[in-house]
Write a protein that binds this ligand. Structure first.
Ligand code: ITT
Length: 231
């Protein structure tokens, strides 16, 4: 996959076609996150800050489960954003993310959420990952890994833009720390001795895959609508 982070978005004219309020000046922006993963919603709110009002889909039982049939994080993010924005008014952002481990050929990748079965806990996913690496006696550089995040922004069934982020690191020998979610306790970002499960959330938010992608999303959204003293 292209190592350069990508972000693609519609031209200003096209944006105004699908999002007529794009040039209105507002003091805070509402964003629906097309996810039932409350950890993602919480991180997105934390990273975007108080100028954004973020809400996920927990409790929105009428929105059907979206089949993630894409072959990349971006394709899956697009599928989720388009499907949910057809059902709900306003701006919808979808996050598709996961962990790629080099020695496993990029697995679990887009299958990160279901790596150990549809109803597996985070601990079971981590257990499976560590045992796969033990089988391969993967050490040092062979444990290289990265988290990727693709965000897709949509309104009324139209994609306005996609924004990617990545953070490089390696898989720790054992799970450490109880912060974050998913594979955080086994992910050692480059340059740190602590896993994402041990680092303070504010630290993870400085450079995580999700933070990198959200920085681009915010740069796309903020000049259009939000007035702040320090935009
Ligand atoms: P939605 O599709 O409803 O958004 P999901 O959890 O199924 O929720 P994904 O299909 O994008 O979302 O799978 C992402 C998985 O990748 C997630 O469940 C974690 O296991 C892992 N993951 C993604 N970002 C992570 C992070 O910041 N820290 C730890 N694990 C992460």
């Amino acid at each position: 996959m292209d190592r350069n982070m990508q972000h693609r978005h519609l031209s200003a004219d096209e944006v105004s076609k699908y999002w007529p309020e794009a040039d209105a000046t507002i003091s805070s922006m509402q964003l629906i996150v097309a996810t039932r993963n409350a950890h993602k919603t919480c991180e997105i709110q934390r990273i975007l800050g108080p100028k954004f009002e973020v809400r996920g889909l927990s409790g929105d039982d009428e929105i059907p489960e979206i089949h993630e049939s894409g072959k990349s994080f971006e394709e899956n993010a697009r599928l989720k954003a388009v499907a949910v924005s057809r059902e709900l008014p306003g701006l919808v952002v979808a996050d598709d993310s996961g962990l790629e481990v080099d020695v496993l050929g990029g697995a679990p990748g887009i299958h990160s959420a279901r790596y150990a079965g549809a109803s597996a806990t985070d601990n079971e996913k981590i257990g499976k990952l560590l045992s796969e690496l033990t089988k391969l006696t993967a050490k040092g550089g062979q444990r290289r890994a990265r988290f990727r995040c693709a965000l897709a922004l949509a309104r009324g069934g139209h994609i306005l833009g996609t924004f990617d982020g990545v953070v490089d690191g390696k898989i720790a020998d054992r799970a450490r720390g109880s912060r974050g979610f998913g594979y955080d306790p086994v992910f050692l970002p480059n340059g740190f001795d602590q896993t994402f499960g041990e680092l303070a959330s504010a630290e993870k938010d400085r450079f995580s895959h999700r933070a990198c992608a959200l920085k681009k999303l915010r740069a796309f959204l903020s000049p259009r609508t939000i007035t702040t003293e320090r935009n």
